[in-house]
Design a protein around this ligand. Structure first.
Ligand SMILES: Cc1ncc(COP(=O)(O)O)c(C=O)c1O
Length: 320
């Protein structure tokens, strides 16, 4: 049996990140809202991905790796933060992107350039081409005598997901101190690892709150299957037990024109949050998730209080 505290971990997150009551936003939306500020995790403009990276890089170092190979879209927050934190841990970062090199360098591409990251483009529009690219590059580096540590897109494997089991424990302490019983914990789901970690935490802690993920990239059914599988595998890793009784679901219909492109509803939601609370939502994850929350509030589906995860992604605010 593995306890959370038995796992190797590189501390990266300035914890606990704040949980703040959003009074003006609550009034505008019509439900009591609290913001869990994981945009303030600290390093490299922050974001949810730092939590999983603590465990993934801990494992990479425990295995005496000398470099990290991962990937995502050209504006992937994940890929940039993985590269940045790999550098901090003394590991050389390699990143595989789908598509072709962008003509205009902005957002996460700009930051990867500043970090001097070795970036490869698959030349294919298909996101799955990144998975093959990571595999090929890992094998090529091993043939050259390197000790590469490959990480799946988004860090969405049981070890990466463990970051949000720990994040869930942190949130649990905070809601107790604030004497809150959230009806919902609401967030954006992409690779689904963040939601899976919170679902596993919810099971471990016996939460009554429903953990709602708004899928911004994959079809709803696919996302739901992935959250379930990843949560189960993570519970197995940590010997938490089955997740069947936990309340969670995935909401679809908010991806907008495409993954990685802003949506009009998301942009309106992000403007409201910025104008009422001074908090930036990234245009392709949290903004779309908040648009879904506003619709659910309008339809009187939320009792509240609702905890909304502000998941970071600040670099892409300047790249769309
Ligand atoms: C800013 C931001 N929010 C939310 C997510 C979604 O997290 P996950 O991929 O764990 O579902 C991501 C993923 O990259 C992200 O960058």
């Amino acid at each position: 049996m593995t306890e959370l505290s038995d796992l190797a971990r590189v501390p990266l997150v300035l914890e606990p990140t704040p949980l703040t009551r959003a009074e003006r936003l609550s009034e505008a939306v019509g439900v009591e809202l609290w913001l869990k500020r994981d945009d303030l995790t600290g390093i490299g403009l922050g974001g949810n991905k730092l939590r999983g990276l603590e465990f993934l890089l801990g494992d990479a170092l425990a295995k005496a790796s000398d470099c990290v190979v991962t990937g995502g879209g050209p504006q992937s927050n994940w890929a940039m933060l993985a590269a940045l934190t790999a550098r901090l841990a003394g590991l050389e970062p390699f990143v595989v992107h789908y598509g072709t090199p962008p003509t205009e360098v902005s957002g996460n591409q700009l930051l990867c350039g500043l970090l001097g990251v070795d970036r490869r483009f698959t030349g294919e529009a298909d996101r799955a081409s990144v998975d093959h690219g990571i595999d090929r590059l890992t094998k090529a580096l091993a043939r050259q005598g390197r000790r590469p540590y490959p990480i799946v897109r988004g860090g969405a494997d049981p070890l990466g997901v463990t970051g949000y089991v720990r994040g869930g424990l942190e949130l649990d302490d905070q809601v107790r101190v604030s004497r809150l019983t959230p009806s919902h914990v609401w967030l954006a789901s992409g690779s689904c690892g963040t939601q899976a970690g919170l679902v596993a935490a919810a099971h471990l802690l016996g939460w009554t709150s429903e953990v709602v993920g708004v899928t911004v990239s994959r079809p709803r059914d696919d996302a739901e299957r992935r959250v379930g599988e990843l949560a189960r595998a993570t519970c197995e890793l940590l010997a938490i037990g089955p997740v069947a009784s936990t309340r969670w679901r995935v909401v679809g219909g908010y991806a907008g024109p495409a993954h990685g492109r802003p949506s009009p509803a998301g942009q309106a939601a992000a403007q409201l949050v910025l104008r009422t609370e001074g908090v930036l939502l990234d245009p392709v994850f949290a903004a779309k998730a908040f648009a879904a929350l506003m619709d659910a509030a309008r339809a009187e589906e939320l009792n509240g209080p609702v905890v909304f995860l502000v998941s970071g992604g600040a670099p892409t605010v300047f790249a769309m």
